[in-house]
Design a protein around this ligand. Structure first.
Ligand code: ARG
Length: 701
């Protein structure tokens, strides 16, 4: 007998499955046999008595789970952290365990109310005493871990549980003597698995299969080289034997019905303290402030989900609900994460949502100088489409030239601090680039319900049939186009060749002629097929009137390219009277600028096609500047390119027959984007009709 080890148990006098607080209890309420439970518990008690000193706490009527003494608290040396049970069903056990700890000479630490922590069920000492593994995700809160670190003065490694069958750390994780670890990797998130792999060398890790895990093989009591458990497969036994352990099986099926086994039924009460290890918990906390239509717009849910999805935890410190439909809500939330890397990840995403770091820790933005032109410092902040401000010397400055996927460069000029978005390739050696997430805030326009319903044309949720829906959205777009034209605003179109193939060319031409369009963006193809139609009546060799291929038609577009090349440019070909009509003709005639961006598959290309892609991106960006609305017509490539350059606030209408394209583009998270899944030719014809109706309201069309 290793008499240095002491274990606390509680006889199953009042044990039963009375309620359901974990998946194992489901379907097992009052299905366990008291006699068999007593017999199994007694067997375990005897096995352990041969290995250690077992002490008993008196069972209490009405608290059936009190047999699971692992959940009484956590002990290290003469310090005990009392559990705060998550479920009310077990909270009544707390005073009894507290009394036992006090009577046995422990200093008892109690966590703040509402901060659940379920004792040694969720906190396991490395058997060498080097650190404490602590679980969270179901029963214990991540925020309890810093208390453990402080009170027990030990490093805490937080592990996130993600499978509700393994709701306590001790159901899937068991440190063994000699630095070995028996565990079920599937119960943890990837970051936690990474931590485990970093701390425990491969040859010391005994990863078990699900079949053993569901038999509670990890829920073992380890004394010296003996591992006591409910049941193990032959291969697991062999594996353990290989590492010098002997398995002692003792059936605990009655307790499995409540979600516990050997380890749950015990609490080690004399964990030795190592002199030279001390607390060093990497857990980080920050307070963020959120404001806006937090419930209506779903921001609150989104923010909290994002924290948890990234392995963090939160506590809502206060929440002021705007009482009127128009009034905004505000919330302060404490966010915790098990490491500073995860904290940065979470903060980055929260900032994108519009959160502002509001703890005293709000400080100025951090910058680092580029040490290589065209390359940002590793930790550079990646911009979004939303207006962004940075804090310098305690003051907030708006970032200029906002666009997504850029870096923020801060400079001190005579006029003061200037910040602007730059693409990586435009960074100069020595540019000061914003890094990390401190001192950055995003100004998200808060959309009220009313606004979203009327002014903005969001139609996705409307409960009407899809044809009617297209008509409705076309009505709204037509109205908007009219407004923009009448106030001298700017509308830019990105168009793919499908516009021509679907017969939309004449309608787009009309829009340009009538002054609705102030810029055209596309590739080689839209121009080639538009001119082909203007010259030969075909689009990619298909007769646009009859809809059938023309003999030799596949050469048409090359003839067209050749003709334009002979004249030197599209505008020269128009001037020479070669191109009599069409989209490009209207652009030239009406002084509507266009940029054609080339690609690897371009035939020709036309002399106007910009084959230097960096130049093409720059020309696109110049043309987009100051735009009120962008119509994206059946060209995924050019539309995504445009989307990336465009700040929030510009209305975008994406029309494509492929729903995936529409979703991708309209899902920028801003209300200004709208998607229309339909044939682009049809869309344009409806749009032109609608505009005619607006122009001559008394005419019946
Ligand atoms: N029915 C108990 C509960 O759900 C079982 C506790 C098992 N204990 C443990 N340390 N895993 O709380």
């Amino acid at each position: 007998m290793t008499d240095s080890i002491r274990i606390l148990m509680c006889a199953p006098d009042h044990y039963d499955v009375d309620y359901v607080i974990n998946p194992w209890m489901e379907g097992n309420v009052h299905k366990s046999s008291r006699d068999r439970a007593v017999e199994q518990w007694t067997k375990l008690y005897q096995v352990l008595k041969d290995l250690a000193v077992v002490e008993l706490v008196e069972p209490q009527k009405g608290w059936p789970d009190m047999v699971f003494t692992a959940n009484a608290g956590l002990i290290l040396g003469d310090q005990a952290v009392l559990s705060r049970f998550y479920h009310p069903e077990r909270q009544g056990e707390e005073p009894h365990f507290k009394k036992w700890f006090e009577q046995n000479g422990f200093t008892v630490h109690e966590l703040p109310e509402d901060l659940p922590f379920e004792g040694a069920g969720d906190a396991l000492l490395d058997r060498e005493g080097r650190w404490l593994w602590a679980g969270y995700g179901f029963r214990s809160e991540l925020d309890s871990h810093p208390y453990l670190a402080q009170w027990l003065d030990i490093e805490v490694l937080s592990l996130r549980l993600i499978d509700d069958r393994f709701y306590h750390l001790d159901t899937c994780f068991c440190p063994l003597s000699g630095g070995y670890l028996l565990y079920y990797p599937g119960a943890f998130d990837s970051y936690s698995n990474h931590i485990i792999e970093k701390r425990v060398p491969a040859e010391k890790r005994i990863a078990i299969a699900e079949a053993d895990a569901v038999n509670f093989a990890c829920n073992s009591v380890n004394v010296g080289q003996t591992v006591v458990m409910n049941k193990a497969s032959d291969s697991l036994k062999l594996q353990l034997r290989d590492k010098g352990f002997s398995v002692k099986e003792t059936p605990l099926t009655e307790f499995l019905k409540a979600g516990g086994a050997a380890k749950c039924l015990t609490l080690r009460i004399n964990e030795p303290v190592l002199e030279d290890v001390h607390a060093n918990t990497p857990l980080e906390s920050r307070i963020i402030h959120l404001e806006g239509h937090l419930l209506d717009a779903g921001t609150m849910n989104h923010a909290l989900d994002l924290v948890v999805d990234n392995g963090g935890s939160f506590k809502v410190l206060n929440f002021h609900l705007g009482t009127e439909r128009k009034s905004v809500s505000a919330a302060d939330v404490r966010v915790s994460a098990p490491s500073s890397e995860l904290m940065d990840e979470i903060m980055g995403q929260l900032i994108d949502l519009g959160a502002v770091a509001s703890d005293e820790a709000v400080c100025d933005v951090k910058t680092e100088a580029c040490d290589l032109a065209g390359v940002a410092p590793d930790d550079f902040y990646v911009t979004t489409i939303y207006p962004t401000e940075i804090r310098v010397n305690g003051q907030w400055f708006l970032v200029n030239k906002q666009r997504m996927d850029g870096a923020i460069v801060v400079s001190q000029t005579k006029a003061g601090i200037v910040a602007e978005c730059k693409l990586l390739r435009d960074l100069a050696d020595g540019d000061r680039v914003v890094v990390g997430v401190e001192g950055i805030r995003i100004v998200r326009k808060s959309e009220s319900r009313d606004k979203r319903g009327s002014d903005e044309f969001s139609f996705m949720g409307a409960g009407v049939s899809s044809e009617r829906r297209v008509e409705l959205v076309v009505e709204q777009i037509a109205w908007e186009l009219r407004q923009i034209r009448d106030r001298g605003g700017k509308v830019v179109v990105t168009a793919g060749p499908v516009v021509i193939h679907t017969g939309g060319g004449q309608h787009l031409s009309r829009l340009i002629r009538d002054g609705y369009i102030q810029g055209l963006l596309g590739g080689n193809a839209i121009a080639v097929h538009d001119i082909e139609q203007a010259l030969m009546g075909t689009s990619l060799g298909v007769d646009m009137q009859k809809g059938i291929p023309v003999r030799g038609g596949h050469r048409h577009h090359l003839k067209v390219i050749n003709t334009v090349r002979r004249h030197g440019s599209i505008s020269e070909a128009v001037a020479a009277g070669i191109i009599p009509q069409g989209i490009m003709y209207e652009c030239v005639h009406n002084d509507v600028p266009f940029v054609l961006a080339g690609s690897i598959r371009d035939d020709g290309p036309l002399p106007d096609t910009q084959m230097d892609l960096i130049r093409a991106q720059e020309e696109y960006a110049e043309l987009i500047a100051g735009t009120d609305m962008i119509l994206m017509l059946s060209t995924m490539l050019h539309s995504i390119g445009v989307g990336n350059m465009t700040p929030a606030g510009v209305k975008m209408v994406c029309v494509d027959i492929n729903p995936a394209v529409v979703t991708k583009l309209s899902d920028r998270g801003s209300v200004e984007s709208v998607g229309v899944v339909t044939d682009v030719g049809l869309f344009l014809s409806l749009l032109v009709k609608q505009l005619e109706r607006l122009t001559s309201p008394y005419e019946v069309v």
